[in-house]
Design a protein around this ligand. Structure first.
Ligand code: UDX
Length: 433
């Protein structure tokens, strides 16, 4: 099978590299010529564990993978075409911006020359895949193509693993022919007995939004429980453990923290609310999940300033700038939001992040970037652990103590044990502790 992946962002690049790993001839398309050039030299434009090796292997050794910026040429003999372009939030009301999807659908309709399947893999609101079909139908007869919804469930930082060992593959099809071809495509996962969920196009589109929205709901829920735990002297990690053992609840995504960020949850939650509003459906649970999450960074920052008794001109350390560990992505990063709020109060920020400092600098030029966590902790009044990178999990606090006095530690991700830290003479605040 010959595959064409349109859009080489997080989803498209991982999808292309992993399909090449399955043994398929795969061409990834991007409009950005510089990006295509870098990728053909195995240079991945973002940090994602394992991608470089996969690119190297399939660009040079197996030659199953290539990058191009000419869509029409590559589509000629394609069997399956994946649309993996961005669907960012529109500025104002959080609706998904589908302009890149429509443009690509248009270009595809000008280039199809034999039966093929057009797959929406980008996260798209219900109804989008049918809309793509209508655009292509203007130029191509309906017997010469089919559309499929095949949403992805990749987490940044573990995207390759999530592709190679998914909990499920979701395929939304309109007929048996396209369903059989998609099942054939994912045959390499049969060996792992990966469940293939075959459903309608609309249901597949909703599964994606409903899954991300439910995970975001779990996070806002445990964060509200964390706030209650702080008030009554309970421990939210014990509460989460006691809840998560119940298989109906599950232990994942019950880690209290500063709220969810990243390029997916915030945007997908808002888009799903928008879709419900458009169809006059009450999605008020999700609206409160979103509102609570938006407000959380303000609460945390206010709390931090008062507990650490910070004043204009004080200097603090912020460890971790990416929105989560094992990525250099700072989109909707709670750490960067907290940094901005503190800087607005005249507080100076020294920061370190293993991978995301380059991207962070572009968003916030005022943050003082350091070469290590220890350097970031020199001569500061308080430390915020914003992202739970592994290298922050065993800091030598005695060494930190030498370079700073009366330190307050805000462990937003609860990676430390309160007693150990207070025994060293620090003030310690966890989340929900
Ligand atoms: C998410 C979904 O997990 C993935 O299936 C989908 O395809 C894309 O969106 P991602 O955004 O990469 O993946 O990160 P994820 O690991 O889900 O974390 C999202 C946010 O939630 C991060 O800000 C993280 O810090 C936060 N989070 C996650 C919590 O605060 N608590 C948790 O228990 C888990």
């Amino acid at each position: 099978m010959k595959l064409v992946i349109i859009g080489t962002g997080y989803v498209g690049l991982i999808t292309g590299a992993c399909f090449a790993e399955f043994g398929y001839q795969t061409v990834c398309i991007d409009k950005d010529e510089n990006r295509v050039k870098d990728l053909n030299n195995s240079k991945c434009p973002f940090f994602e564990p394992g991608v470089d090796a996969l690119l190297d292997k399939h660009l040079k050794k197996t030659k199953l993978l290539s990058f191009s910026n000419s869509l029409s040429k590559s589509i000629k003999d394609a069997d399956i075409i994946f649309i993996t372009v961005g669907t960012p939030s529109k500025r104002i009301e959080g609706e998904a911006d589908l302009s890149f999807v429509w443009d690509v659908a248009e270009e595809i309709s000008n280039s199809i020359s034999k039966y093929c399947i057009v797959v929406t893999k980008s996260t798209v609101p219900v109804g989008t895949t049918k809309e793509v079909k209508n655009i292509i139908l203007k130029k191509i007869d309906e017997k010469d193509f089919d559309v499929v919804s095949n949403p992805e469930f990749l987490r940044e930082g573990s995207a390759i693993n999530d592709f190679m060992r998914p909990d499920r593959v979701v395929i939304g099809c309109e007929n048996k022919k396209s369903e059989d071809i998609m099942k054939e495509l994912y045959r390499p996962l049969y060996l792992l007995e990966t469940p293939i969920i075959s459903t309608t196009v609309e249901s597949a589109e909703i599964i994606k939004y409903a899954s991300n929205s439910f995970l975001a709901t779990k996070i806002s829920f445990i964060n509200q429980v964390a706030d209650l735990c702080e008030k009554v002297g309970a421990d939210v990690q014990d509460v989460a453990k006691g809840m998560g053992i119940d298989k109906r609840i599950g232990s994942k995504f019950l880690h209290a923290g500063p709220g969810y960020g990243g390029s997916c949850f915030p945007k997908d939650v808002k888009a799903f609310i928008k879709t419900a509003q458009k169809h006059d459906v009450d999605m008020s649970i999700l609206s409160s999940v979103d509102a609570f999450n938006e407000e959380r960074v303000n609460q945390i920052t206010k709390n931090f300033i008062s507990k650490a008794n910070l004043k204009k001109g004080d200097q603090i350390s912020l460890l971790g700038l990416s929105f989560k560990p094992n990525t250099d992505d700072v989109r909707d990063s709670t750490s960067l939001k907290i940094a901005k709020l503190l800087q607005d109060k005249g507080i100076v920020i020294k920061s370190y992040d293993p991978e995301a400092m380059g991207n962070a600098k572009k968003e916030n030029t005022k943050i003082q970037l350091c070469n290590s966590a220890y350097e970031a902790c020199i001569d500061t009044k308080a430390i915020i652990i914003g992202t739970e990178w592994n290298e922050f999990r065993a800091l030598d606090f005695l060494k930190i103590q030498e370079s700073s006095k009366n330190l307050v530690i805000f462990d937003l991700r609860n990676i430390y044990n309160a007693k150990e830290i207070t025994n060293l003479g620090f003030q310690y605040f966890g989340t929900g502790k």
